[in-house]
Design a protein around this ligand. Sequence first.
Ligand code: SF4
Length: 104
Amino acid sequence: TYVVTDNCIACKYTDCVEVCPVDCFYEGENTLVIHPDECIDCGVCEPECPADAIRPDTEPDMDKWVEFNRKYAELWPVITQKQDPLPGYQERDGEKDKLEKYFS
Ligand code: SF4
């Protein structure tokens, strides 16, 4: 599966949602997540993210992000249409530890 990781938080560009063939992106207040059980591993969303926040779970230390994505995908509504990123996204893009700083 692919998952959304830290750098989506407080940016939320949403370019990714329009290319997903199975509509498995879900939207929270300040980040997106992918449902890991619905993702078909096609990979087309990965290059669409300007923040490079979408990663394959085959990379190291992804377990926490797989669980994060699964947990919130069950709680949040699906998103299929691109929208404007969050205010301040340019300054926030690339900041470290956004989960701890901004996630709510
Ligand atoms: Fe959707 Fe494919 Fe990205 Fe999975 S890898 S979230 S199926 S676009």
